[in-house]
Design a protein around this ligand. Structure first.
Ligand SMILES: *Cc1c(COP(=O)(O)O)cnc(C)c1O
Length: 462
């Protein structure tokens, strides 16, 4: 899909290094047992290459580190807040900014502001914290993503798209007045970082607006989505990412953003909307849960670094081209070796099809959880489960939800690892794949009530 045959390379050089500790296989076997076979419970010092998440793990630029010193720590009306407002207006085009401590803070405020008991919220595949807040506010999430998104073999270029027939059916069944908004995620995380097309965003917005249904983006990975539009959607090849991003947000009423991803900072997030009245209601929730409306859970220096990160993200296209290029690089290495991965390779990581790789392990014995643990033991590479453990239990029936996709996610932090780290990771996955028959399933020894994947503990089924 990339017309250029030249090797991509990082548009940065290394100014400071952070040494990482190498471990032995025996040390890693002890560490994973101590962590209850849950990679979330490993100590980072026991990890060699940390691909648990791309959330809050980016390397900041020298510009961003300098910006920290400019942080205005005034409790009210911080200069840094107004810089952040300007950056969000310029890059995303939303007038009203509600800063939060991170993405889920914004989801909480949005859900509590817009959802009433019994409402229905259609969305393009669930995200863990997003759905949790929608359900906590009394709403019911309904998945309206294309069927292709649930098919690890489909090569659809925009697997994140909303299926208009599914969306119409939800609205017809419940009535537009029971649908406060459509929860529309860009570069859909749980589908493997799969993009949505501009044509689809436009169609959804044009359908919803006359019905009084808001379109709220989860724009956490919108800039990476813009890159796929530039590469794959007719008519956008010559447009800069900054311009594509503005067209994307023009088909929405607002967005929640976890700034720990595309925005290149280690903490922060925001809700941004167009309607001043909606912003007013959200701000009155904000003071109770996050902080005053001019910091919302971030320090002045956090807001400075964030304002700089938002601009850097799309200042030129080089950053995202190399970011997604690195993900494609490791994806291609695995595909060449015959490893089943979600295709096309997405924007922020490679998703191993654990259901296929460990087809001898039943889904209720958590194949993806077991595979993530086995990769860690092999090489110290830490990935995470995205399958039946992450999907949780149905609140009505109490049964495990059984998602079609049973995946291990190897998520690539931005600007942190080199091509050689990607080579080591690919070698390890290939090694584990070759000895996959020897990997057994797991069972719970501790299961938390909510968002269980974070803190659950397991033991091998023997
Ligand atoms: C990370 C993420 C969130 C939650 O944001 P946090 O900053 O972790 O609270 C919400 N939506 C998507 C798509 C995400 O990737």
């Amino acid at each position: 899909m990339n017309s250029s045959h030249r090797t991509w390379a990082e548009p940065w050089k290394i100014k400071m290094v952070e040494p990482i500790r190498m471990t032995t296989q025996a040390e890693r076997e002890a560490a994973i047992a101590k962590a209850g076979y849950n990679t979330f419970l490993l100590e980072a010092d026991d990890v060699y290459i940390d691909l648990l998440t791309d959330s809050g793990t980016s390397a900041m630029s020298d510009q961003q580190w300098s910006a920290l010193m400019l942080g205005d720590e005034s409790y009210a009306g911080s200069k840094s807040f107004y810089k952040l407002v300007e950056a969000v207006r310029d890059v995303y085009g939303y007038e009203e900014l509600i800063p939060t401590h991170q993405g889920r803070g914004a989801e909480h405020i949005l859900s509590q502001t817009l959802i009433s008991e019994g409402d229905v919220v259609p969305g393009n595949m669930y995200f863990t914290t997003t759905r949790f807040h929608q359900e906590m506010a009394g709403g019911k999430f309904v998945d309206v993503i294309l069927d292709e998104a649930h098919d690890p073999h489909s090569l659809h270029p925009f697997k994140g798209n909303i299926d208009m027939a599914k969306l119409r059916a939800v609205v017809d069944q419940h009535g537009a007045e029971r649908v406060p908004y459509v929860s529309f995620e860009t570069n859909v995380n749980m589908a493997g970082g799969q993009p949505v097309s501009l044509a689809n965003m436009k169609e959804v917005y044009e359908y919803c607006s006359p019905l009084g249904i808001l379109v709220m983006l989860d724009a956490t990975r919108a800039a990476e989505n813009a890159y796929f539009i530039q590469q794959r959607e007719f008519g956008y090849h010559d447009q800069p990412l900054a311009q594509i991003l503005r067209e994307m947000t023009s088909y929405s009423d607002g967005a929640t953003v976890s700034s720990k991803k595309d925005n290149l900072v280690n903490i922060g997030g925001f809700l941004a909307v167009r309607d001043p009245e909606l912003a007013r209601r959200a701000r009155s929730m904000l003071v109770a849960f996050e902080g005053l409306h001019t910091y919302g859970g971030m320090s002045g220096r956090d807001m400075e670094a964030l304002a700089a990160g938002i601009r850097e993200m799309v200042q030129t296209d080089d950053h995202i081209r190399s970011r997604v290029g690195q993900v494609e690089y490791i994806g291609d290495a695995l595909i060449k070796a015959g490893i089943p991965v979600i295709r096309p390779v997405g924007g922020h990581g490679v998703f191993l099809d654990a259901g296929t790789i460990l087809d001898h392990v039943p889904q209720d014995q958590f194949p993806a959880q077991a595979l993530a643990a086995a990769i860690y033991v092999d090489s110290g590479v830490r990935g995470m489960e995205r399958g039946v453990v992450s999907a949780g239990r149905d609140p009505q029936t109490g049964e495990n939800r059984h998602p079609n996709l049973e995946l291990v996610r190897l998520t690539i932090p931005r600007r942190v690892y080199t091509q050689s780290h990607m080579d080591v990771t690919a070698e390890s996955v290939i090694r584990v794949y070759e000895k996959r028959e020897s990997i057994s399933g797991l069972r719970f020894t501790y299961e938390p009530d909510t968002l269980r994947f974070f803190q659950a503990r397991f033991e091998p089924v023997t």
